[in-house]
Design a protein around this ligand. Sequence first.
Ligand SMILES: Cc1cc2nc3c(=O)[nH]c(=O)nc-3n(C[C@H](O)[C@H](O)[C@H](O)COP(=O)(O)OP(=O)(O)OC[C@H]3O[C@@H](n4cnc5c(N)ncnc54)[C@H](O)[C@@H]3O)c2cc1C
Length: 246
Amino acid sequence: MSTAVKPTGYLLKLIAREQVAEGTMAFRFEKPDRFSFKAGQFIEVTEPGPAETDAEGNARAFSIASAPHEETLMVATRMRSTAFKRVLGSMPIGTQVRVEGPFGNLVLHNNASRPAVLLAGGIGITPFRSMVLRAAQERLPHRIFLFYSNRRPEDAAFLEELRSLEQQNPNYTFIPTLTAMEKPQPGWQGETGRINKQMLSKYVGDLTGPIYYIAGPPGMVSGLHAMLNEAGIDDDDIHTEEFAGY
Ligand SMILES: Cc1cc2nc3c(=O)[nH]c(=O)nc-3n(C[C@H](O)[C@H](O)[C@H](O)COP(=O)(O)OP(=O)(O)OC[C@H]3O[C@@H](n4cnc5c(N)ncnc54)[C@H](O)[C@@H]3O)c2cc1C
């Protein structure tokens, strides 16, 4: 018999909104004491009675970008000109949205003897921000590699925060990469070009040891998944979250 607990809905107030990269905003909502989630999970956000909607309706799924120990519930998104995002981007602080969840199982494995390789494409960084902040906070023993691919530095949300976390967690390595730059730019601390087998091997070594997690736009997720399969990684060791809609 299933013992799954039915997810509950909450009406949560928007308490802050800030730009975290070019065309990218983070939204912080109040977090009720009874709301608990695992780093990597997502919520569904519904705008109650919005001034406008479109074919996709008034709800969207968002990974929770904040870590479980943080006081607020944060999501982050690319601010494209869709009805949902126009409403989200302009709603007054204090407005309530309906939040359902948490959902999903893109959560860090328990067996700390296997490294975790996190592969983020653009705004696909959101579940991984939560995971790596949690790992640092709880001093998890897992070896963690976070590869973070963006076109340009200004597209990369949370870049400096994710980099500085290396000082707090000796088991964590951050590898940002830029895909719209052929050559490294002066001052850029990271890789250039798409994430590929050579780039992974350079940092991870034996590619068959870790468990892999991929999040981002569907095309990027399927491309990286295929690349890992070609490198001999079994599907059982690959977990993905496709951000449908991108
Ligand atoms: C589990 C899960 C977690 C997710 N987590 C996140 C997250 O953390 N952050 C996040 O931003 N998103 C996340 N998403 C995706 C999110 O739910 C939205 O689908 C996404 O943000 C796009 O919403 P939208 O309103 O911009 O476009 P939508 O209105 O949803 O787009 C509908 C369609 O129109 C197309 N479209 C819309 N605008 C444009 C445009 N400007 N150019 C070209 N095509 C366009 C899209 O390709 C899509 O086919 C997640 C999705 C899932 C399933």
